[in-house]
Structure formats: structure tokens, C-alpha cells
Design a protein around this ligand. Sequence first.
Ligand SMILES: [Zn+2]
Length: 324
Amino acid sequence: MSEQDAGTTTERPDVLDDHPFALCLTHDVDRPYKTYQSIYYAVTDRSLDHLKSALPGQNPYWQFERLMNLEDDLGVRSAFYFLDEQHLLRDRPVSDWVSPGDWKRYMGRYSLRDPDIIDLVKTLDDEGWEIGLHGSYESYHDRERLCREKSHVEAIVGREILGGRQHYLNLEIPDTWAYQQAVGLQYDTSLGSSSTYGFQYGDSIQRPFDDEFVVFPLTIMEVALPDPTEQLEHAWAECKRVLEEAEEREAVMTILWHPRYFSERDFPGFGDLYRRIIEYALDRGAWVGPPGELYEQLDHPTGSAETAESESSTECDLPENTAL
Ligand SMILES: [Zn+2]
């Protein structure tokens, strides 16, 4: 996918009248359980440590409390995007079972019917975090699937959600955005890279259809950075450089930290780096928060978000098997 494929317009949001730049905080909830990884790494690393963390009651990837406390300490909120992924053994063809990529993609999944996940979503929502949709691997080219997934997340929070990001940043421009808009999503944060960071995909919000649908380009995904476990100061220097550039450009930047990277044992350094980024941004007087909150403060060019919502949020055409 190339940069800026769609005829996009960029704008400078009003929040930048009072702040030198804006930092949007997001988390894709991919694999909150370490089960698949524990077995995989136990085999590949021959380390019993990994197997121990697959034992019942041990769940190093469940980092939500730590993450919430960290953001609470800093006085900020973020967005959590939840995934409604297919199940390998139930929903995928047998031919997929031998593909290592499919095992990775589908076996670490969680269910939106898991009581722990429902509690988590509700707690986050109650405490002021934004809940959004992490569109499943196939949903970027499947409007009906996207519609069902959105309605499953909304069934938990009891109202409409505003936006999210596609799993693996899968994006077909502009079709995926058109599907998202058609099912009632107002914004997307999938335009970006898992291997580079910076402003290659833009330094402000974009409106691919010149209407109220907004794209927040992704500026930094944690895995694209120099590994902070090995070289924390180097990783921080790179982040600081991007933050300084954000201020020069009066940018709207967005960062993605997957919750499992807050596991100090498995990924030391990533949590520190996240904290430093937010502290630096707050120090500089930046606007810091979830994309949905920034979206709500935008002046939209034509019509209103409410009108678009009532026109577009059609009932999903649900097929037979709609179990979560
Ligand atoms: Zn994902």
C-alpha cells in the first residue's frame, strides 16, 4: 500500500490553537493470553520459563491493570480496540490448520463472550477509556463481517462506538474506509506501518471522502522502534526526535502500544518508553488522549456526524452462525 493513495485532505484541528501538538494513545487488544506463545517459545527457546507462564492463574500478557494505573498516574486516557477474530478450528478451513501464520493469527484469540473480557471492556468504558473496534484479519474487505464485529463490541458497551484500527493494519484504500463508514464507524487509525515510524503517512488527520469520516495516521507502533529491551536510551532518543518533529509540524500524531508489551518480564523497557513519551508530551503542553475524544472536538466540513450515523449504521445482514 502506498502513502496517501486516496485524494485526502488534511486539516489543522482546533485543539492545536491551545496545544503545540496532539498525541493520540491507542492499544490494539490482540492476545491478552500467553497460551499460544508460551508453547511456541517453550519449543523454540527450549525454556521452561515460558511453559510456567502457561499454567492456570499465570497470565503475563494480562497487563490491563498496570496500563490503567500508569495512565491514571499521568492523568490521561487512551483507546482500546477489541478484536472479534474467527476461531481457527471452528471457522477456518482445515487446509489452514497447517499454516504457522494461521496458528499465530487465530489461536491466541479471545472471545468477546469471555466474562473477563466483558468485565474489562465495561470497566475501561466506565472509567473513561475509549472502546473501539480492532477489525479482524479478513474484515478489511468484508463489510458484513466488519458490521457484525462492530455490533458485538457495541453490545458490550451498550452504545455506538466511534472508530478503531484493522488487525495487521490491513487496508485497501479507499474501500476499507468506505466499508467502515458504511457500517457507522467515524474514524480509522490503520494508515501506518509496523516497520517504520514517523510522519510518512501524514502529520494531521485526513478526510478521504471530504466528509466527517476521519483518518488518524499511525506515527509509531512500538515494534517498529529499536528494541527498548536491548537499547532503551536509543529507542527513547528516536521517540524524542519524533515528538520534537511533531511540535515543529504542529502535528496530530498517534501511537500504538499493544497491552502485552507492558509485561515487564517479557518485554522490559516498552512500558518505560510509553511513560516517557506521555510525560514528555504533557511537559510540552501537548493535547494527549484517545482519538475518539479528539474526533468529537473537530469541526466537520459537511453535514454532521449525527446525520451520517443515522444514515449509515444499518443493521447487519446477520447470517446463520452469528455466535461470538
Ligand atoms: Zn492486531
